[in-house]
Design a protein around this ligand. Structure first.
Ligand code: BEZ
Length: 221
């Protein structure tokens, strides 16, 4: 991994996609973005993932998140594969609601550190892992997840983390384990109790623990 870290500006790469050539930052505009990579077109797990991504695309839209996929095949392959994906969803007459980047030369996969050395095609070339990058409206990387080719992702979890990222970008809170929208959140440790009381009109409750330290502070955002 060449070292794209949280908070880094996401590369403004140029690429051919199923909607034509794009410059990534222009594609994003002022939206949030999610880029998710796939090992290969016409493979089973990838097809189920793209189909699910298509089913929940309105949820990403509602959150102002532009979706874009990537796989190491050509635009022509992507267009043909998209038809299979939509047929898998029993929506053969609808187009895939987001573009796919063609990375048949693997340039972007190398640049973004997405190749999985353990998964290779029939010619011995490494395939792309299942990477997820969430990019904020400031073009900075807010989240990255890396799964091997053999493990499909959970798009409900991706929506959940986007809800957390968008909430915590606005308010000085953090979301606890298994948090879901609507549930209580935690006051971040850098806020004093006085600052927390001033910032959270719904009040702050503190869970008592044996150490006596008052760090488990909850509020309803
Ligand atoms: C799949 O999408 O099913 C897959 C792709 C590459 C390796 C393993 C599984």
């Amino acid at each position: 991994m060449p070292g794209l870290l949280l908070g880094d500006e996401f590369p403004n790469f140029e690429a051919d996609t199923t909607i034509g050539r794009i410059k990534f930052h222009d594609f994003l505009g002022s939206s949030w973005g999610i880029l998710f990579s796939h090992p290969k077109d016409f493979t089973p797990v990838c097809t189920t993932e793209l189909a699910r991504a298509s089913k929940v695309s309105d949820e990403f839209k509602k959150r102002g998140v532009k979706m874009i996929a990537l796989s190491i095949d050509s635009v022509e392959d992507h267009r043909n594969w998209s038809k299979d994906v939509m047929a898998f969803n029993n929506e053969a007459d609808s187009p895939l609601p987001f573009p796919i980047i063609a990375d048949d030369k693997r340039q972007l996969s190398v640049q973004l550190g997405m190749l999985d050395p353990d998964e290779r095609d029939k010619d011995g070339m490494p395939l792309t892992a299942r990477c997820v990058f969430v990019i904020g409206p400031d073009k900075k990387m807010k989240l990255s997840i890396l799964y091997p080719a053999t493990t499909g992702r959970n798009f409900d979890e991706l929506l959940r983390v986007i809800d957390s990222l968008q909430l915590t970008a606005q308010k000085k809170v953090a979301t606890p384990v298994d948090w879901k929208p609507g549930q209580k959140v935690m006051v971040i440790p850098s806020l004093s109790d006085a600052e927390a009381d001033a910032l959270f009109p719904n009040g702050v409750t503190t869970k008592e623990v044996p150490s006596g330290k008052k760090y488990l502070r909850y509020t309803q955002p």
